[in-house]
Ligand binder design. Structure first.
Ligand code: B4P
Length: 182
């Protein structure tokens, strides 16, 4: 978890390579659905362009089948999911059904000022339609209202770890690797 642009995708990709586990990013899945012009992508695009979360029903339809692909003895990293309390509740049910435990929830902490600098940089590099100034403000607001409640939820379960996301990519990765051995 973490605000938009906190480095969830950047770090999840590296962790998945390092530990050879499945990387399941709902943001990447949505962008692939949009690129291939599938119905789900067409429904999701407007929400993403405005900086809103894609409705829970669409996200859950998409992730349900992907979770089934996790090998029985394999690990997995969820990136950008769950983002709402409803998604977290559904995830619990899905993982219980698959006998897969959730070992840890990681929160990558980054200030709003740093987020704005990073996302305008990404807009220049990748041309993502959801990285304009106005949409970034909306995404931060949506994060506060809809995703931040998950922090308390995972903290209460004793699963939450926090990492300082403003350090260079390598240092954040080192901190995450250190969590593995704790
Ligand atoms: P995501 O694709 O999840 O993307 P994100 O939150 O914007 O970024 P992330 O945190 O992964 O940042 P990144 O590593 O790229 O979501 C996009 C949209 O999809 C959402 O707004 C929503 O509409 C929809 N969506 C996705 N999942 C959903 C769900 N479960 N429910 C509903 N809707 C959903 O890093 C950002 C930039 O910072 C990069 O340019 C990177 O190079 C740089 N960077 C990263 N770490 C850095 C560091 N340590 N130092 C300096 N720069 C760094």
């Amino acid at each position: 978890m973490g605000p938009p642009g906190s480095g969830k995708g950047t770090q999840a990709k590296r962790l998945a390579e390092r530990y050879r586990v499945m990387h399941l990013s709902t943001g990447d899945m949505l962008r692939a659905e949009i690129a291939s012009r599938h119905a789900l992508g067409r429904s999701a695009q407007g929400y993403m362009d405005r900086g809103d979360l894609v409705p829970d029903g669409l996200i859950l339809d998409m992730i349900r089948s992907r979770l089934q692909e996790i090998p029985e003895d394999g690990g997995f990293i969820l990136d950008g999911f769950p983002r709402t309390v409803a998604q977290a509740e559904e995830l619990d049910g899905l993982l219980n059904g698959l006998h897969l435990p959730l070992e840890r929830a990681v929160l990558i902490e980054v200030s709003d000022a740093q987020i704005k600098i990073r996302l305008s940089g990404r807009a220049r590099l990748e041309g993502r339609s959801d990285d304009t100034d106005e949409v970034i403000d909306r995404r931060l607001d949506v994060y506060r209202r809809q995703t931040e409640p998950l922090i308390a939820l995972y903290e209460k379960r004793g699963l939450l770890s926090r990492v300082k996301g403003e350090a260079p990519v390598e240092s954040v990765f080192a901190e995450l690797e250190h969590l593995r051995t704790e």
